[in-house]
Design a binder for this molecule. Structure first.
Ligand code: GDG
Length: 460
C-alpha cells in the first residue's frame, strides 16, 4: 500500500492524544503507513486574497502535516457560509435554517480548488487519499481535473438526507456528481446508504450495479456504511487518570443525595437540547418523586457562535433551563445545571461515570460518539443507563440502549423515568451488550474497514 494522505477541514497533531479519538485513529493510520495530513490551519488572514493561502509544513514523526491559511472572505463563505450555513443544516434535515441565497457556493468551490491545487503538488502516484466530511465533497473532482489518478475515498461524518431534502440545495446535482470522482464513498449508517441509493435512482441516470456499486458520469463508485467508533482503550486509560478520578469523586460527593442525568455536546441545533430540557421538565412534573433529587447536568460546549442559528439556540436554551429552575428549584436543589463551556477531555470519563443516566437525544446525528464514550466510561458492576435518540446513527448499532423519539416529550420523560428506575441486573445486562458492541466496532475497526475497502477497489 502506498502512502496514506488524509484530508480534512482541520488537522491535528497525531502525537497529542488530547486531540480526541478520531485524531488518534487517523494519526495511527498515518503513522503506520507514513503519510500526509492536509487541511486548513485554523488561521484566518484578515485582508488576505481569496483563493490564496500560505502552506505550513510540519513533521510529526513519520507524518507530515500540511496546513493552509484562509483569507477572511474564504473562511466566511467556505466554512461559516456554505459548509455550516447550508450543508450542515440541510444534511440534518433543517431546511428552515439553511441560507441558500447568500452566494456562499463561490467560496466553497474556490477553497476546494485551492486545496486541490496545493495538495496536488505534494502527491505521489501511489498515494491513497482519504477525504473527510462535508467541507470537502468536491475535492476529488478538483484533483481529477488536475490529472490526479490516485485512489480516492470519502467519508461523510454527518447524515445524508433523503433525496427530496437534498434536492432543496440549489447545487445538489453538482455535489452528488462530485462524489462520483471518488472510488469509495463511506457513510455512517445504512439509512444514509439507502438515501444515496434512492437519490441516484431518482435524480440521476445512474446504473445501480449492486447494493454497493453505482455507475454514472462514466465512473463506477462503491458506497458502503462504515459506522465510526471510539478508541475504547484510550478512553478507558483516560478514565484511570487522576483528572477523571478527581472529577468522579467530586461529583459523587457533591451529588450523593441526588440522581444525576447528564448531557454532553457541542451547542448545536441538531442535538435536540431544547426538546431534552422540555422532557426533563415533564419528568419532574409527571413523576414528583424526582423532585429534590433528579439533577440534569447539561454541558453545551460553545460551537460556531458566529452562525446566527447558534445564537438563537443559546437564548432558547438559557430561557428553558431558567424556567425549570425557577419553577421547580429549591434553596438546596437546582434541577438543571447548564454549563455553556467545554469540559477538559481528561475529566470527561469521570463525569460520565458519575451519571445514572446519559441523555443522548439528537434530532439527527451522523453517529454520536458521546453515546459510545458514556458506555466505555461506566463501572460494569454499577453502570448508568443510556437513553439514545433513534435518529442518531448510533441507534442502528446500540440496540440495547433505551431508544427514544426526542420529539415525543411525554414518552422521552417516561423513558428517563424508566432509566432512573432500572434494576441493577437489567442495567448490567444492557451495559455488557453495549460495551461489547462499542469495543468490537471501535475506531480502529472503522478505519481498517474503510482502508481495506478503498484498497480493494481498482484505482481510476
Ligand atoms: C460529528 C458528527 C459523528 C463534547 N463536548 C465536549 C467534548 N465533546 C466531545 C465528545 C465527543 C465529541 O466532542 C463529539 O462527538 P459527536 O460524535 O457526539 O458529535 P459531533 O461533534 O457533532 O461530530 C457526529 C462525529 O462527527 C464523528 O464522525 O459521530 O454525528 O456530527 O468526542 O466527547 N469534549 C470536551 N469537552 C466538552 O465539553 N473535551
Amino acid at each position: 500500500m502506498g502512502r496514506l494522505v488524509v484530508v480534512s477541514n482541520r488537522v491535528a497533531d497525531p502525537r497529542k492524544t488530547a486531540s480526541g479519538g478520531l485524531a488518534v485513529a487517523l494519526g495511527q493510520a498515518l503513522q503506520a503507513s507514513g503519510g500526509l495530513w492536509f487541511g486548513w490551519s485554523g488561521k484566518v488572514v484578515e485582508g488576505g486574497t481569496p483563493g490564496e493561502g500560505d502552506v505550513h509544513l510540519q513533521t510529526a514523526g513519520p507524518v507530515q502535516l500540511a496546513t493552509v491559511d484562509l483569507s477572511r472572505e474564504d473562511h466566511d463563505s467556505y466554512y461559516l457560509g456554505y459548509s455550516n450555513g447550508v450543508l450542515w443544516p440541510v444534511f440534518h434535515y433543517r431546511l428552515d435554517l439553511a441560507d441558500f441565497d447568500a452566494g456562499f457556493i463561490g467560496g466553497y468551490r474556490r477553497v476546494n480548488q485551492m486545496f486541490a491545487h496545493k495538495l496536488a503538488a505534494m502527491l505521489r502516484p501511489d498515494d491513497v487519499i482519504w477525504v473527510h466530511d462535508y467541507h470537502l465533497i468536491p475535492l476529488a473532482a478538483e484533483l481529477r481535473n488536475m490529472g490526479c489518478q490516485q485512489r480516492m475515498g470519502f467519508f461523510l461524518h454527518i447524515p445524508l438526507p433523503p433525496p427530496l431534502i437534498l434536492a432543496a440545495v440549489p447545487e445538489h446535482e453538482w455535489l452528488m456528481r462530485s462524489l462520483f470522482a471518488y472510488d469509495l464513498v463511506g457513510f455512517q449508517c445504512e439509512a444514509d446508504v439507502a438515501h444515496f441509493s434512492r437519490y441516484v435512482g431518482t435524480e440521476t441516470s445512474a446504473d445501480i450495479l449492486g447494493e454497493h456499486e453505482f455507475r454514472a458520469f462514466g465512473k463506477t463508485l462503491q458506497v458502503q456504511a462504515f459506522p465510526i467508533g471510539i478508541d475504547v482503550d484510550e478512553f478507558a486509560a483516560l478514565g484511570r487518570g487522576r483528572d477523571a478520578i478527581d472529577m468522579y469523586e467530586q461529583m459523587r460527593d457533591e451529588y450523593s443525595r441526588r440522581r444525576l442525568l447528564l448531557g454532553v455536546e457541542r451547542m448545536d441545533y441538531s442535538k435536540g437540547l431544547p426538546q431534552r430540557i422540555k422532557a426533563f421538565r415533564q419528568l419532574l412534573q409527571n413523576y414528583p418523586e424526582n423532585l429534590g433529587s433528579a439533577t440534569l447536568i447539561q454541558i453545551a460546549a460553545p460551537s460556531r457562535e458566529s452562525v446566527d442559528a447558534y445564537a438563537a439556540l443559546r437564548h432558547e436554551l438559557e430561557s428553558l433551563c431558567g424556567s425549570v429552575n425557577g419553577d421547580f428549584g429549591e434553596l438546596d436543589w437546582m434541577p438543571v445545571r447548564y454549563i455553556h463551556r467545554s469540559v477538559a477531555r481528561k475529566r470527561l470519563p469521570g463525569l460520565y461515570r458519575a451519571a445514572c443516566v446519559a441523555l443522548v437525544t439528537p434530532l439527527r446525528d451522523g453517529m454520536n460518539l458521546v453515546a459510545k464514550e458514556f458506555i466505555a466510561a461506566q463501572d460494569p458492576e454499577d453502570p448508568g443507563v443510556l437513553v439514545l435518540s433513534r435518529f442518531a446513527g448510533a441507534a442502528e448499532q446500540m440496540r440495547d440502549a433505551l431508544l427514544v423519539n426526542p420529539y415525543d416529550t411525554t414518552r422521552t420523560a417516561e423513558t428517563m423515568q424508566r432509566a432512573l428506575q432500572m434494576p441493577l441486573e437489567e442495567r448490567q445486562r444492557r451495559h455488557q451488550a453495549l460495551l461489547q458492541q462499542v469495543r468490537e466496532q471501535d475506531v480502529h475497526w472503522w478505519r481498517q474497514r474503510f482502508l481495506n475497502a478503498l484498497n480493494a477497489v481498482s484505482a481510476s
